[in-house]
Design a protein around this ligand. Structure first.
Ligand SMILES: [Zn+2]
Length: 172
């Protein structure tokens, strides 16, 4: 698909593959932008002199990069641990978010990668939304809720994808 190829940023980002995720378009675009580091993280805002300090205001433990927000900041870590992946992202051997995405996908290859990657996309989106709510409104979201809402979002999406029920179709 030509459009897909044009939207890749060149950082290992397989846009066509992302487009096949079972998620609403804004989540696919968010994951694509996150993998291309085109997200308004505090670090990126500081690079453009829109904020002075690039540190993470949530934990004050280093720069607020996109991978810090989605994987390493304590609220993100708590969300991944609360998820069915029961996973603790580690900064050891970490190169970039796009590299992480590919590695996880390869790891899940034999167990329905697309479904699991879709859950991961919904989770990343939930963590990002919770981060924004904290930044804008000072509201703390429970990591268990972030995960539950991610799963709920996925299931709602899948239900809407189903063809209409037979009873809803009137044949002449
Ligand atoms: Zn943090």
């Amino acid at each position: 698909m030509q459009v897909a190829a044009d939207l890749s940023c060149g950082k290992n980002c397989d846009w066509e593959d992302l487009w096949n995720l079972k998620a609403i378009p804004k989540i696919k675009i968010f994951v694509r932008n996150a993998c291309c580091n085109a997200i308004a993280s505090t670090e990126n805002l500081a690079k453009r002199h829109m904020v002075e300090n690039s540190n993470c205001p949530m934990c004050e433990e280093g720069k607020q990069t996109i991978e810090h927000i989605l994987l390493f900041c304590p609220p993100a870590q708590a969300t991944w641990r609360a998820s069915m992946f029961n996973y603790t992202p580690s900064p050891n051997d970490f190169q970039s978010l796009s590299d992480w995405w590919l590695k996880i996908k390869q790891l899940l290859q034999n167990s329905g990668a697309n479904t699991a990657m879709s859950w991961i996309a919904w989770t990343c989106w939930g963590i990002w939304k919770a981060r924004n709510e904290w930044m804008l409104e000072g509201r703390d979201e429970d990591p268990v809720n972030i995960w539950n809402n991610a799963l709920k979002g996925y299931h709602n999406f899948m239900e809407n994808m189903l063809p209409p029920k037979a009873s809803a179709i009137t044949l002449i």
